[in-house]
Design a protein around this ligand. Structure first.
Ligand code: NAD
Ligand code: TYD
Length: 354
């Protein structure tokens, strides 16, 4: 693959993917990102002098801009990470989720379709549109239910999950109707370096380091499957190269944990790496009012990806979490810069009076 267009490459997972794509010389990389509150060019600063990396600030919903970029760079693949991604924000204000995740993906698909149709037969054969989605489209599981497979019916419960489900259906339809060579990946909760501290794991790490309360929604027994971001990026690249066109692949970390256990494990790691005399960080745990419509359990069956493409996660939850805490401890400058006024406003909005 010579050239790829990545969207949302200044966000958490997208930036990890772009950094790896350039470090491993996977391809010349164009990064189209709107730079919302979640986009951060500081994460990509090391690519400043790289002639095969190009950043463009813009919206995936701007079909004119996307068409221009596709003509100019002639990529063999598009990897669509761009999205509004935080469930709590989708509950507070869903509009942007519909605009970017649904309408934006639609516009991106339209521009991609016209570009793909203009290519030579051989280039059409080679082209891929990879759409990054979530396990949340499958809804919520009870404790004894089997994990989500690629055949599990969609049952999204939050505005975020519904917007991602709509996008997944559009991607499916563009393959079925127009023959666009699409691939869809549905992954579980990611964690690792450069995650914006509105999500559970970085929020807990940073609050623990600062001696602030560690907020746990409801009874803390909601279960998520945790996937280390680098394992996720490797899986995406593998699907891009070897996935079967039109197919969906589930990606999971094989690490199901209740939220309370996640937070307690972080506390133990922080106790070791940043000890305070006579103090256990777990004493900061605070149970607060639950999220409305909070899905009880997600679990991913990633047998298909392992069996068909030979993927295997390299990190288990303990090793991945240890690396993540170490990363946040050694990147205080990155952390300080992302926690701006807008971040403080969100923390106030989501947690005060709860
Ligand atoms: P993120 O919120 O950290 O980053 C999203 C990026 O998209 C930001 O850089 C933002 O500026 C950009 N963006 C938003 N709207 C845009 C638009 N209209 N046009 C162009 N760029 C835009 O998200 P993330 O955690 O990196 O997630 C990436 C993808 O993976 C998303 O599609 C998300 O739904 C999916 N996903 C994430 C997780 C997770 O645990 N983080 C789990 C499952 C699936
Ligand atoms: P989050 O990181 O927001 O991801 P998602 O909602 O997409 O799974 O939350 C992970 C889990 O942690 C989820 O069950 C909600 C819970 N949670 C808390 O208990 N406290 C918090 O402050 C946050 C942000 C999340």
């Amino acid at each position: 693959m010579e050239t790829i267009l990545v969207t949302g490459g200044a966000g958490f997972i997208g930036a990890n993917f772009v950094l790896k794509a350039r470090q491993q010389k996977w391809a010349e990389t164009i990064n189209l990102d709107k730079l919302t509150y979640a986009g951060n060019l500081q994460t990509l600063a090391e690519l400043g002098g790289d002639p095969d990396y190009h950043f463009v600030q813009g919206d995936i919903g701007n079909a004119e801009l996307v068409t221009y970029l596709l003509k100019k760079y002639q990529p063999q693949a598009i990897v669509n990470f761009a999205a509004e991604s935080h469930v709590d924000r989708s509950i507070a204000s869903p509009d942007e989720f519909i605009q970017t995740n649904v309408v934006g993906t639609f516009q991106l698909l339209e521009a991609s379709r016209f570009y793909w149709q203009s290519l030579s037969p051989q280039k059409r054969e080679e082209f891929r549109f990879l759409h990054v989605s979530t396990d949340e489209v499958y809804g919520s599981l009870d404790s004894a239910d089997p994990a989500f497979t690629e055949q599990t019916p969609y049952a999204p419960n939050s505005p975020y999950a519904a917007s991602k489900a709509a996008a997944d259906h559009l991607v499916r339809a563009y393959h079925h109707t127009y023959g666009l060579p699409t691939l869809t990946t549905n992954c579980s909760n990611n964690y690792g370096p450069y995650q914006f501290p509105e999500k559970l794991i970085p929020l807990t790490i940073l609050n623990a380091l600062e001696g602030k309360p560690l907020p746990i929604y409801g009874d803390g027994q909601n279960v998520r499957d945790w996937l280390y971001v680098e394992d996720h990026c490797d899986a995406i690249y593998l699907v891009l190269l070897q996935g079967q066109v039109g197919q969906t692949y589930n990606i999971g970390g094989e690490s199901e944990r209740a939220n309370l256990e996640v937070v307690e494990t972080i506390c133990e790691i922080v106790d070791r790496l940043a000890p305070k005399p006579n103090f256990r960080h777990s004493s900061l745990i605070t149970f607060i009012k639950d999220r409305p419509g909070h899905d009880r359990r997600y679990a991913i069956n990633c047998h298909k990806l392992k069996q068909e493409l030979g993927w295997q996660p390299k990190e288990n939850f303990q090793t991945g979490l240890q690396k993540t805490v170490e990363w946040y401890l050694s990147h205080s400058e990155w952390v300080d810069r992302v926690r701006t006024g807008a971040y403080k406003d969100w923390i106030e909005q989501n947690y005060s009076g709860r």
